[in-house]
Design a protein around this ligand. Structure first.
Ligand SMILES: *Cc1c(COP(=O)(O)O)cnc(C)c1O
Length: 422
């Protein structure tokens, strides 16, 4: 496939000195990306976790086409449009009962920033000086300064450290150590923080770390008992990845604030929402202008993106994605079983349609090149996989077929033979 090397483009999360080239993709369809020369990649990470049903789902493509005939972009303060109104009504109906208000933005990072700002605004408007954020160890919430602050500290954000605000970290609820997490949370809640921010059931960029619904429900209960707002960052987990439409459903948790982004338009266009309970909206209601919620993105509730999201919800309403997700869970489980007890791996795990395995290697750590070496190895086999260091994970769109998934796991087996150190 043609590789672009001479380019003024500065790419995300890329060390250009180690990775000077980028594959040039001309077309995408279903689970496949295709270059100008016809060479293909199987998109086994849903193009960085955004594509749900597959690339260019006809209903979403059609909705985008139709909306462009009516509206492009309009100001969203003082004005509204049917795609945004209809989408908000449907999201309120679809998400856990009690999330009654929808604030639009355009990316995962921004919708989490909005959630944090809503929490602080809530407390300030109620006359309580609560501003501290609690967050899970190994968490990831985005790359803006506010969300980086809440996320795990690593070499990736070390240069920005002087600007990051301090948060209270709650240990990750590793299997068998859940009580430590709950105890730490209980202690932290006594200090009257503003909110707990968590990725429900699985921490994505932190290494696809899975924890149980019971722990999630307990964390919510503790927050509630102390009046601490519970913010669920469902940016990655939303729209089927964990086996249910939203991860919080599995724990019966209704967050006070929830963030959805990646799969909201089926991955076709950028759109995000921060949803909240009535009290949080109402805390900002006042004759005083200063109590308003002061946030706006230029492209708030872009009509074309909202139309894509509505089409996405129409697709979910057919019941077809749920059936595909269920089948994909089984397909993933079957292939993972092959690696159970394999000494070359540890932590062989699955949540919903996501699987992950940690390859035992000599050189570990954030800045080791093992992730890059593995990625190149997979790329050479026509697979888009992008390991997080030595953690190989498979995060396919729901349209992926049995035989396609076999290609992925065969390559993982080969990669272990090549790079693994038992
Ligand atoms: C990807 C991600 C974000 C950030 O979303 P962007 O759209 O990349 O800004 C936030 N939280 C979680 C859990 C994510 O996985």
């Amino acid at each position: 496939m043609s590789l672009v090397t001479q380019s003024p483009v500065w790419r995300p999360f890329t060390q250009h000195a180690l990775q000077p080239g980028a594959f040039k993709i001309a077309r995408a369809e279903g689970a496949w990306l295709e270059g100008e020369d016809g060479a293909r990649f199987l998109d086994a990470i849903s193009s960085w976790w955004v594509i749900t049903h597959g690339h260019r789902h006809p209903m979403i493509t059609q909705a985008i086409r139709e909306e462009t005939e009516k509206l492009d972009q309009i100001i969203f303060a003082g004005f509204t449009h049917e795609p945004a109104e209809a989408l908000a009504r449907r999201l309120v109906a679809l998400t856990p009962e009690g999330l009654d208000y929808v604030f639009y933005s355009d990316s995962g990072s921004v919708c989490v920033e909005v959630a944090i700002k809503m929490a602080l605004g809530f407390w300030r408007n109620r006359g309580e000086a609560r501003a501290r954020i609690l967050a899970l160890e190994h968490g990831y919430h985005g790359d803006t300064v506010g969300t980086m602050s809440a996320g795990a500290r690593s070499p990736f954000n070390a240069p920005y450290e002087p600007l990051l605000y301090d948060v209270t970290r709650i240990p990750f609820p590793a299997a068998g150590r859940e009580q430590e997490t709950l105890d730490a949370l209980e202690r932290a809640c006594r200090e009257k923080p503003a909110a707990l921010l968590v990725e429900p059931l699985i921490l994505g960029a932190g290494g696809m770390l899975i924890y149980g619904g019971r722990t999630l429900a307990e964390m919510k209960r503790i927050c509630e008992a102390h009046g601490v707002l519970f913010i669920a960052d469902e940016v990655m987990t939303g729209f089927g990845r964990t086996g249910t439409l939203f991860a919080c459903e599995q724990a019966g948790v209704v967050p006070d604030i929830a963030c959805y982004a990646k799969g909201l338009t089926g991955g076709a266009l950028p759109l995000a929402v921060t949803m909240c309970r009535r009290e949080i909206f109402e805390a900002h209601l006042s004759p005083e202008r200063a109590r308003a919620f002061f946030h706006s993105s230029s492209y708030t509730a872009n009509p074309i993106a909202c139309a894509a999201a509505l089409a996405n919800l129409d697709i979910w309403a057919t019941g077809e994605p749920q059936a595909r997700v269920e089948k994909l869970c089984d397909m993933q489980e079957m292939r993972l079983a092959h690696f159970a007890g394999d000494k070359r791996f540890s932590n062989v795990r699955r949540l919903g349609v996501i699987t992950a395995l940690d390859l035992t290697v000599a050189d570990k750590g954030y800045l080791s090149t093992i992730g890059l070496d593995l990625m190149r190895f997979f790329n050479a086999r026509g697979l888009l996989l992008r390991p997080l260091g030595e953690t190989i994970y498979v995060f396919p769109p729901y349209c992926v077929e049995e035989a396609e998934l076999d290609l992925v796991y065969e390559a993982i087996d080969e990669a272990a033979a090549r790079f693994g150190k038992p």
